[in-house]
Write a protein that binds this ligand. Structure first.
Ligand SMILES: *[C@@H]1O[C@H](CO)[C@@H](O)[C@H](O)[C@H]1NC(C)=O
Ligand SMILES: *[C@@H]1O[C@H](CO)[C@@H](O)[C@H](O)[C@H]1NC(C)=O
Ligand SMILES: *[C@@H]1O[C@H](CO)[C@@H](O)[C@H](O)[C@H]1NC(C)=O
Length: 600
């Protein structure tokens, strides 16, 4: 018997034992008195999701210069997950996975050609109506459900108000916030983010065509030339199309994308970014107070800490880390206000509270020497990088005082997608049986009735490209990660793609690895030292096991319509939510209500 085959046998044996162990654990779990007690009432649920926050940005994950006492309170009174993994390194796909409990590739909510996130409120892509969010199940189980803040999962399909992707179609009873996402174009004082040169071109074409039409018209009227009316008419229509394209983007992105809604009504177009968070906070507190007899589910999806880092005056200049730090501290304060509301309403012990970020901090967000994006601690890379830990490892805190242990730290791999089955379970519902759900119920791990998470493999996708796979080898406890594709960092020696701002998923900007780059995350969480077959005797076994898992995983995928295809991404004037008569879309109902002496 060769050493190799002995080792394989040992791995097999270990698999057998770990499987037997899982059965035993499951059996014990079903006997647990706590769990039975849990079913006796449905807890309220409050989820906080930050936008672009890095794991290294908060106190309880080791930051000693930024002040986040309220988020830290959740860690002290609950469970801190140190290997909590987002399903994608950018907003739209990560949020789709969070709400559906499925890798975004299963719902078509990830990059398939050029675009990685939705670009316009008036595109036709979005979370498909036949995906079942956990929110929808909670709603069926008697929860009053609310979303406050960012959505970024689409709006309309065919008409400007069919709302086919709207939060209210996906299980929310109440929505107050941005159907889109914060970006620089939303703040008047910021330079536009969407492509400037293209718009300049559109404008010059518009001018050239307009000039041609006017010249022809004049020449025809004084009988200088005999152009058919039809030609002039078509040219004019053509010019008008260019004008609309120019008008719709140049400087007007604010009107198209930066809007606030309450349920299906537009309240501000364009929104006044400076007051958005205080309005959101007010709505969150009022939602809890209205529904305190529960059970309620509240999803606070922050606009913080995405650029342009809109921060109120109270917090400007307060932190040690410039505007970015100020913005983080303001968000923490908002978390605190909502936690206080729970405490004052004696809801704390009956409420499961969760905090996470949708993906890692954005390293390349900077202006000159000023860092405007987050910090991912000891982890390599950041936002937009699907394989490197910095892009996907995020804070994960769960508090439920009286039920979950306090101050406990769990290092096992967990996923944001786990929230799906966990909450469905607590609500007494069942997860859909007609599709693959990739999340796992976290309760046994959180309660301490099992020591290992249920995830053996995690697949780290960048759009439709599989960049890396994590293997949690249950017998040894090792966590391996194999990278098949990594982005090319530039400038060389840095850990980001500073010249293009976001690392790409495919094409010239990536390197393919065969054999894959292998790391032992348990020993080398910063992924500094790729293992070689000489250094790591298990190298080939690990790679083989991972490749087998990839094959098995691929067999569970089915082709679905691509929500981020060019056609679905495109700005479509006929889908534009508009609170006037298109294209004259502006309103400020907050101001109107205040003027009328009404509470908004
Ligand atoms: C704390 O966060 C700031 C802001 O992101 C970062 O610059 C700093 O390096 C972090 N400090 C530590 C000790 O992680
Ligand atoms: C809430 O739970 C904590 C921890 O178990 C307990 O000490 C406290 O008395 C409970 N509070 C209420 C109001 O039940
Ligand atoms: C939703 O519909 C699409 C296309 O009609 C289909 O490919 C997909 O499998 C459906 N998804 C689910 C979860 O049923």
């Amino acid at each position: 018997m060769s050493w190799q085959s002995i080792k394989e046998d040992m791995v097999c044996l270990a698999h057998f034992w770990s499987a037997a162990g899982s059965f035993l654990a499951l059996y014990l779990l079903l006997q647990l008195p706590e769990l039975q007690a849990l079913v006796s009432y449905k807890p309220n649920i409050v989820l906080f999701l930050a936008d672009d926050l890095g794991i290294g940005d908060i106190g309880c994950y080791g930051n000693n210069t930024i002040r986040t006492p309220n988020i830290d309170r959740l860690a002290k009174e609950g469970v801190k997950l140190t290997q909590h993994i987002a399903a994608a390194p950018v907003c739209t796909p990560s949020r789709a996975a969070f709400l559906t409990g499925r890798y975004p590739i299963r719902s078509g909510m990830d990059q398939s050609n050029v675009y990685r996130v939705l670009q316009w409120v008036a595109g036709s892509g979005g979370l498909p109506p036949n995906e079942t969010t956990f929110v929808k199940i909670l709603q069926k189980q008697g929860y009053t459900t609310g979303l406050i803040g960012k959505w970024h999962l689409g709006m309309n399909c065919e008409y400007h108000n069919d709302n086919c992707h709207h939060p209210l179609q996906h299980g929310f009873d109440f929505f107050y916030g941005m159907p889109f996402t914060l970006m620089n174009d939303c703040q008047v004082s910021q330079p536009a983010e969407l492509d400037g040169p293209l718009r300049a071109k559109l404008w010059s074409y518009t001018q050239i065509i307009a000039l041609t039409v006017l010249t022809l018209l004049a020449a025809k009227l004084i009988h200088l030339v005999s152009v058919p009316w039809k030609t002039i008419f078509f040219l004019a229509v053509f010019g008008f199309l260019f004008f609309i394209s120019w008008y719709s983007s140049y400087g007007f992105v604010r009107y198209w994308d930066c809007i606030m809604m309450k349920n299906d009504e537009i309240t501000e177009q364009p929104m006044k970014v400076e007051r958005a968070s205080s309005l959101m906070l007010r709505e969150a507190i009022s939602f809890i107070e209205r529904n305190k007899h529960g059970p309620f589910f509240l999803f606070v999806s922050f606009l913080h800490v995405h650029t342009p880092l809109v921060t109120t005056e109270n917090f400007i200049g307060r932190s040690n880390h410039g505007l970015y730090g100020d913005n983080v501290e303001e968000m923490d304060w908002m978390v605190g206000r909502i936690l206080d509301t729970l405490e004052n309403g004696s809801l704390k012990n009956r409420t499961l509270t969760y905090f996470a970020s949708d993906h890692g901090g954005h390293l390349e967000a900077r202006k000159g020497n000023v860092q405007l994006g987050g910090w991912n601690g000891i982890y390599k890379g950041g936002k937009a990088m699907a394989g490197w830990e910095g892009g996907i490892r995020v804070p994960g805190l769960v508090r439920w005082t009286g039920i979950l242990p306090e101050g406990k730290i769990i290092d096992e791999p967990t996923s944001l997608m786990d929230i799906y089955p966990t909450l469905v379970h607590l609500a007494g519902g069942t997860v859909p049986q007609d599709r693959v759900i990739d999340g796992r119920n976290l309760m046994p791990l959180l309660l301490g009735s099992v020591q290992q998470s249920d995830h053996e493999f995690m697949f780290h996708y960048c759009g439709i490209h599989l960049h890396a796979v994590r293997w949690h080898q249950k017998d040894s406890g090792n966590v391996w990660k194999a990278h098949f594709i990594t982005p090319v960092f530039q400038p060389e020696g840095s850990e980001g793609c500073y010249e293009v701002k976001y690392c790409p998923c495919s094409g010239e900007g990536v390197t393919h690895h065969n054999p894959p780059l292998l790391f032992d995350l348990s020993q080398d969480p910063s992924e500094n030292l790729p293992l070689s077959p000489d250094m790591e005797p298990l190298f080939h076994i690990v790679i083989k096991r991972i490749e087998k898992a990839v094959d098995e995983h691929r067999r569970t995928l089915t082709p679905v319509p691509q929500q981020l295809s060019f056609y679905n991404i495109m700005w479509k004037p006929w889908l534009q939510p508009c609170c006037g008569t298109f294209p004259f879309c502006w309103c400020d109902k907050v101001k109107e209500n205040l003027d009328n002496g009404q509470q908004f």
